[in-house]
Design a protein around this ligand. Sequence first.
Ligand code: FAD
Ligand code: FES
Length: 507
Amino acid sequence: MVTLISGQPKSYWMASTEAAFHPPASEDLSTDVAVVGGGIAGLCTAWELARAGRSVTLLEGGRVAAGVTGHTTAKLTAQHGLIYGPLSESFGAETARQYATAQTEAIEHVAATAAELGVDCELERVPAYAYTHTDEGLAGITAEADAASAAGLDASFTVDTGLPFPVAGAVRVENQAQFHPRRYLLALADDFIARGGRIFEGSRVADIDFEATPHVLRLGSGIEIRALEVVVATHYPIVDRVRLFGRLSPHREAVVAAPIAAEADPGGMYWTAEGNTRSVRTAPLPDGRRLLIVTGEAFTPGSPDVTGRFERLAAWAAERFGLTEVGHHWAAQDNHTTDRLPYIGRLPGTERAYVATGFGGWGMTNGVAAGRLIAGLVAGEPPAWSELFDPARVHPGREAVRFASFQKQVVGHFVGDRIAARRTELDDVGPGEGAVVHVDGESLAVHRGEDGRLRTLSAKCTHLGCIVGFNDAERTWDCPCHGSRFDLDGSVIEGPATAPLERKDPE
Ligand SMILES: Cc1cc2nc3c(=O)[nH]c(=O)nc-3n(C[C@H](O)[C@H](O)[C@H](O)COP(=O)(O)OP(=O)(O)OC[C@H]3O[C@@H](n4cnc5c(N)ncnc54)[C@H](O)[C@@H]3O)c2cc1C
Ligand code: FES
């Protein structure tokens, strides 16, 4: 296989936008609402609340719109793979209809808000397709076309797509959209501040005391924020209530992007679960060409050979779209739930705290819906479809299989990765490589720099103690259990962990 990938991973959305810097919180303060996390869910919620006249403070551990949201593919669509068929089958046609309504309203809300704020977020109306290559896959596609149509979407079965290869069948949904997520969200952040909202970046929340009134949020720096209401929008929640941790599973995916001629644009957004998922869209480039963005190669964080996944995805895109090199590549992960529906709403066991998570790879519309839902709950006027997303819901029978598989995965890593660490020796770690090594009864995350210098951390994830794995493409330590990710110096890149990996370098 020819190598098409070069350079460090960097998302096109991040590379093509510059964001205003918001300094960290430097003193204790009080606010009506504290929103923790500045991705699409947190920013949309903060903006909706500020627009409704609330005093809102947004606390972001890194930079806003730079987490998963800065590394997405930003299809703004109600077509979420094959979802309406399974939802109708498990929960009935009304559930599927409400889900479709929430997503369609989110698309229109983004279009209306972009127009209201005068933001050019490259919003383009295009059809969305979910397709299969195989005759065996056709039954799922036709069932999805029927269920999506019954749910109120303009959906139909077709064999004609704009892809440069044949498909056995596809569901086509009309009038969906794609956009530049950071152009939209950075404008939303500016407008939030213009409405009196406060944003503190570099302000990681370490702990939230929900028993205190008002609630107390403690930052890693020791600063305390007092808030009457708290929204946890940290992607994977940093707090566990009603065992949400057991009902969420992180899946990471690779993304490659490269310019193609405008005439080669497949004219839509495409998704298939086959071949370990493949998703395709394009975005406008200043020189008139289109940027082809391809996603796939889903894997559990902490899995080996991430470089190989990028290579396979790039080879797939090159073969079908004639690419000769890949300009951008990056990866990101999203959390899947046991019943395929996100958890958005009141945090169980609290009266004035809320959560938004579990978007299952479809957080562009679900993140916008989260903002509307939580702002509606705070105002006492939630949208008609809000109960669908209630984090307190349980469907023991219908969730059992996925719940068991999520648990098996976590337990397998908790035990299995400790055993695997015993088989690797320190001398096996070559320059530029990382591995978990068992030394004196302890699992250590060891990275050897190109200069031969070793950097040693505890391999025990500071969240709940699973063993991290080395990500060779992004040069990070990733936890397979709930998806926390750490830099080579141990600092937190992505939660639910809030504390760094312990340093084990000799003094
Ligand atoms: C490869 C890929 C492609 C995707 N493509 C699409 C798509 O085409 N369409 C679609 O609808 N969806 C897509 N998704 C899903 C979508 O991108 C996500 O669901 C969405 O971006 C998640 O938004 P979020 O706000 O929950 O998380 P994030 O954007 O990660 O925001 C959470 C924020 O919380 C911050 N944070 C975490 N812990 C703390 C703490 N302790 N204190 C303070 N701040 C903290 C983080 O730094 C981060 O900025 C895709 C996902 C992936 C992985
Ligand atoms: S993310 Fe939960 S144990 Fe690592």
